[in-house]
Ligand binder design. Structure first.
Ligand code: 3HC
Ligand code: NAI
Length: 699
């Protein structure tokens, strides 16, 4: 065998143990050694049955995703699963941790499955843009029924062992030691002459499942998983389970799996799987960097952001002191928090008692002395340098040594804020995104003097409050907003060029973004963009730049909150407004902006490529550590669909030569000011390389 799989016999039962840290992924070496172990079992007269178990923290977490871009080595996982099932000696899978994807498929190839109560099972391939490809789409409906199997596979969400037991996926829960329990279970099955339960030979229960069921299911998916390819393929696999023989349906599964694997969606989603893990790795902040304890947090300012930020910590079980300028500010802020929790109670996501408990974890104050003992302070006051400096001076005076002082600023110079304190090493940016209680992204802004320990603590804290923390450097707009500005700039210019905002928004929505740029601006408030644009100190002089934001803001059309912005609002429904296009025409005339025709593709190019060009600069300047970090920012904070992979992966998939050529085309049309290609983009395009290759080769 190999060091990946061991084989030993205890009282007539073989224990086959897979040991491939960290998560026992089914690599080629594991598959091979497991294959040999099954052969050994068949030939071993001393063993009448076997237990398949894993060493380390979890059962098999799936196929080895790093092998997906390489040619597949024998034995294939589906063949291994079939071989397990075909064994003439009974095999019991013993599950702890998570049996996911190819892991659960392997377990379903065994004749029985037992699990620890804390274990979880699932087929999360959909998150990688795939269908389960090792007989899972055929086995799960046979065990759990069509509906349950569809829900598990299209959502990708693992279920607990108890639920697995109820669904028929797990046969027995084991309390205590898994190995001993599984051995006893195998012995019991052997002694009672339990049949070899081969899942492939079970019938798929078709009761109540007809064409109408599938069309309704697909309709639901078109809302929940808009634009994604893999969920639709999963439905086809399940239909095959009902309509084809097991053997034919496996061929269908293989074909649909291969289609998925080759798709841009899967490439994008696999990229994000690794990118979201890589963001945690910071080259000069090693894994063993000490982390400070965060047991008490203070939030300064209980406005739109402060309230949401406080809720994040409370939800993670960390008590929060909230400081406002006066009692009225506190009442307003805490009122909003309470209302938000009340909505969760109404929706059944929380009990009244939990609401009380959550509110009990918030200590309101107007006195800085009350924040003195906080381990972490997050400032979320008005976006004005002078006020921020005032707050940080106070914090420096009162906070205990070792406290981390964070700012939620979205644009101000963090180093300038840190400089008013005597502890710039403890100052960091924690840039939450609105609404702070919902958005997954947390940009962690590293100042010039921020200590490694403070960065490590911020990254760990992000995880604790279930955010995706991405470390970025200081510049105007950091990474996300800095790259979002060109996107907004182009959407704004298109209005002057006579392209209706509703068309731009529709094209962008169809491309997969959660909302179009104009709808986003109306939601955030045009005044927010107005203010940001005017605060950008070295903004190039261009009268056309975001002209409509200025005009509409000055008219008091600030977006949804005033009932009109770029759109007019009937309740929350956005209605295109002819008056706005009339204003845009007048402005265009005054500024000498030509009216143009543009294709849908042209709209996407201008919005995305301007953003990507800025992304290349962000990388050159070291503001983002890796292209993947930028991608993680955009899918977690800006509503970019995961199947596009984020702006930098999208650029790689389009081809940097094509992106570069298009940018040059726009440079010819619009001039150098906004469309000069970033030197890194130019270089990579000319060398025929991608951002990914650039990133890998500089290590
Ligand atoms: N293949 C290769 N590497 C994997 C992996 C896999 N299936 N699953 C996890 N890893 C790696 C991670 O990249 C990470 O590497 P790093 O330390 O170098 O960054 C390391 O294992 C630890 O992973 P996590 O940081 O995610 O550890 P957690 O403890 O937080 O989570 C987990 C563990 C729940 C198992 C999580 O890793 C996970 O969800 N893994 C992926 C599960 C999955 O998608 N399985 C399906 C694979 S596709 C498949 O099976 C196709 C089949 O149908 C043919
Ligand atoms: P807001 O205006 O809703 O709230 C600010 C709160 O701070 C107010 O309640 C105000 O009373 C309080 N405040 C002002 N001065 C104070 C002081 N000296 N001490 C204590 N409290 C004080 O503002 P919002 O939108 O919550 O923004 C806060 C910060 O978050 C800003 O830096 C902003 O740039 C940033 N941000 C805002 C986002 C948004 O979408 N609103 C997104 C990301 C960051």
């Amino acid at each position: 065998m190999s060091d990946k799989t061991s084989y030993e016999v205890t009282d007539g039962i073989a224990v086959i143990t897979i040991d491939n840290p960290p998560v026992n992924a089914m690599s080629a070496a594991v598959r091979k050694s497991c294959w040999d172990a099954i052969d050994k079992l068949a030939a071993d007269a001393s063993a009448g049955a076997a237990v398949l178990i894993c060493a380390g923290r979890t059962f098999i977490a799936g196929a080895d995703i790093t092998e997906f871009d390489k040619p597949v080595e024998d034995p294939w996982l589906p063949d291994l699963v079939e071989k397990l099932e075909a064994s003439e000696k009974l095999i019991v899978a013993a599950v702890h941790g998570t049996a996911l994807g190819g892991g659960l498929e392997t377990a379903m190839g065994c004749h029985y499955r037992c699990a620890l109560p804390g274990a979880r099972v699932g087929l999360p391939e959909v998150n990688l843009g795939l269908v389960p490809g090792a007989t899972g789409t055929q086995r799960l409906p046979r065990l759990a029924g069509v509906r349950k199997a569809l829900d598990i596979m299209t959502s990708g969400r693992p279920i607990g062992a108890e639920e697995g037991l109820e669904a028929g996926i797990i046969d027995k829960l084991i309390d205590g030691d898994l190995r001993a329990g599984a051995l006893a279970y195998a012995r019991e099955l052997l002694d009672t002459h339990a049949p070899l339960k081969r899942v492939s030979q079970l019938e798929v229960a078709a009761g109540g499942i007809d064409d109408e069921f599938f069309s309704e299911y697909l309709q639901g998916l078109s809302r929940k998983a808009r634009g994604f390819f893999a969920p639709l393929q999963i439905v086809k696999c399940v239909q095959a389970a009902l309509n084809e023989s097991y053997r034919d349906a496996l061929k269908t599964e293989r074909r649909l799996f291969d289609e998925c694997k080759a798709s841009s969606h899967s490439q994008a989603q696999r990229h994000l799987f690794f990118a979201e893990r890589e963001v945690a790795k910071i080259p000069d902040v090693p894994k063993n960097t000490p982390v400070r304890e965060i047991n008490r947090v203070a939030v300064i300012g209980a406005g739109t952001m402060g309230g949401g930020i406080a809720m994040n910590f409370v939800n993670a079980g960390i008590p929060v002191t909230v400081l406002e300028v006066d009692q009225a500010g506190l009442d307003r802020g805490l009122g909003v928090i309470r209302k938000n929790y009340a909505v969760a109670v109404d929706k059944g996501r929380m009990t009244q008692a939990q609401l009380q408990q959550a509110m009990g974890m918030i200590a309101p104050t107007t006195d800085y002395a009350d924040v003195a003992s906080a381990d972490l302070v997050v400032e979320a006051v008005f976006e004005t340098m002078q006020i921020k400096k005032h707050v940080f001076t106070k914090l420096d005076e009162v906070c205990k040594q070792g406290a981390i002082l964070a700012s939620n600023t979205s644009s101000l110079d963090l180093d300038e804020i840190a400089a008013v304190t005597n502890r710039p090493q403890d100052v960091i940016g924690l840039h939450f995104f609105a609404p702070a209680k919902v958005m997954k992204l947390l940009e962690i802004v590293r100042g010039e003097k921020t200590a490694g320990e403070v960065i490590a603590t911020a990254m760990a804290t992000a995880k604790k409050i279930r955010k995706v923390g991405v470390l970025v450097g200081v510049c105007f707009g950091f990474v996300g907003n800095r790259m979002f500005f060109p996107y907004i700039r182009e959407a704004q210019l298109m209005m002057l060029e006579g392209i209706p905002p509703e068309r731009v928004d529709q094209v962008v929505y169809d491309w997969g973004m959660a909302m179009g740029p104009h709808a986003v601006m109306d939601l955030s408030g045009l005044d927010v963009f107005y203010k940001l644009n005017n605060e950008w100190q070295d903004r190039p002089d261009d009268p056309v730049y975001c002209r409509m934001i200025n005009v509409l803001s000055e008219m008091g059309r600030l977006g949804q909150k005033t009932g009109a912005g770029t759109y007019r609002y009937e309740g929350r429904k956005a209605v295109p407004d002819a008056e706005v296009m009339e204003i845009a025409r007048r402005e265009a005339q005054a500024l000498g902006v030509q009216q143009i025709e543009v294709s849908d593709e042209g709209i996407i190019e201008r919005l995305l490529y301007s953003m990507i060009n800025e992304g290349a600069r962000v990388l050159e300047e070291g503001i983002a550590i890796r292209p993947g970090d930028i991608d993680v920012i955009f899918v977690n904070g800006y509503g970019m669909p995961r199947y596009r992979g984020g702006p930098m992966k999208y650029a790689d998939m389009v081809g940097l030569d094509k992106v570069y050529a298009a940018i040059n085309k726009y440079r010819d049309r619009y001039g150098d000011l906004w469309w000069t290609p970033a030197p890194l983009l130019k270089q990579l395009a000319e060398e025929g390389r991608s951002f990914r290759e650039w990133n890998e080769n500089r290590r």
